[in-house]
Ligand binder design. Sequence first.
Ligand SMILES: Cc1cc2nc3c(=O)[nH]c(=O)nc-3n(C[C@H](O)[C@H](O)[C@H](O)COP(=O)(O)O)c2cc1C
Length: 394
Amino acid sequence: MRGPHAPPLRGSLPQDGEGTRSVPGPGADPAWGGPAPDHRAPSTLADHEQKARELLDPTAWAYLFGGAADEITLRANQQAWQDLHLRPRVLQDLSEGHTRVNLLGRTLAHPILVAPMAYQRLAHPQGEAASALAAAVLGAGYVLSTQASVLLEDVAPLVLGEPARGPLWFQLYLQSERDRTLGLVRRAEAAGFEALVLTVDAPVQGPRDRERRSGFVLPPGIAAVNLPPPHPAAGARGSLFDNLLRTSPTWDDLAWLRSQTNLPILLKGITHPDDARLGIEHGAAGLIVSNHGGRTLDTMPATATLLPDVVAVANGKVPVLVDGGIRRGTDVFKALALGATAVMLGRPVLHGLATGGANGVAHVLRLLIDELEIAMALCGCSSPDQIAERHLHA
Ligand SMILES: Cc1cc2nc3c(=O)[nH]c(=O)nc-3n(C[C@H](O)[C@H](O)[C@H](O)COP(=O)(O)O)c2cc1C
């Protein structure tokens, strides 16, 4: 079952995207016969963001970049990583260094996964097919959104066919009717997805003012193609609590979901230690500390500040992941120092998609992996399990 947008991507990545260690620099010196340097080529994730902003339609930018309300949480996420300071050790043995981590029973090449994000064809015509392939080639785990704009059956083979790939997970929003939820779960299982990421922090969409001001609407041809058409009652007007939230998910639904599938279920959007405790009691295989990239409840604290309490509750029983505002290899390092097993990367992936499709996403991931290696070396850590709170300046 191939959809109309499935692209012939395999093999289209440059050598850099296939496991070499160097980040493409400004180019070889022309005096030695190499290509002239392209000083406009992105060298950082921030460069990709700037270029994406120039390239994208302003209303699409408002959707892809924006946060909820005054975007206080959106800004805080990035700031909080920057506010943590590193405390390196010197003259450590760095031979045989690596970035490998263990997550849910498998070894990942590095601790970076791509976060689930809706409607990626807004950023590039190949959308999720391009970001998934790039993630797989770079060994990054990939989480496909329930609201993806490419069929899940078209995305899965692109990832599963890559020998260096990381895990392939399906992000699930519980639907108002259980048979609709089950339909998605069965399709994800059949397509080869290896875990479910149940997003629990968005029973309703946050008020995204920037997006509304821009007049954003989904352009024709871009839709949540994996979802069945909405139930006729879904558009009913009236109080939020009388309509939509009458069927909003509860802990009982997690118990039900567990009874329906053998796939491990990670909870995304856990920020309170009591919810972390409940999640573990209900059999979650992992917890993802997330405030939805500042897109749901504005004025929530940054995830960097919420992470330690959740790590303390998890206490090694289940892995804890974190996302929100990660833009540098040093941010990844700090997340691991605070006890995360891995991080998820959101908007920078969309920026890479906008600047260069699969190649752009591969470049974003390559930059972040290389920056992580540099941060580890400069802090005196030869493997992620050596990264600890002592590397943070109190
Ligand atoms: C455009 C966009 C769409 C998103 N769609 C989803 C989604 O469908 N499901 C979900 O669980 N999270 C969604 N998220 C949240 C991300 O998974 C992630 O938590 C967040 O982007 C991380 O923060 P960062 O963008 O600062 O890295 C979305 C985020 C963005 C920016």
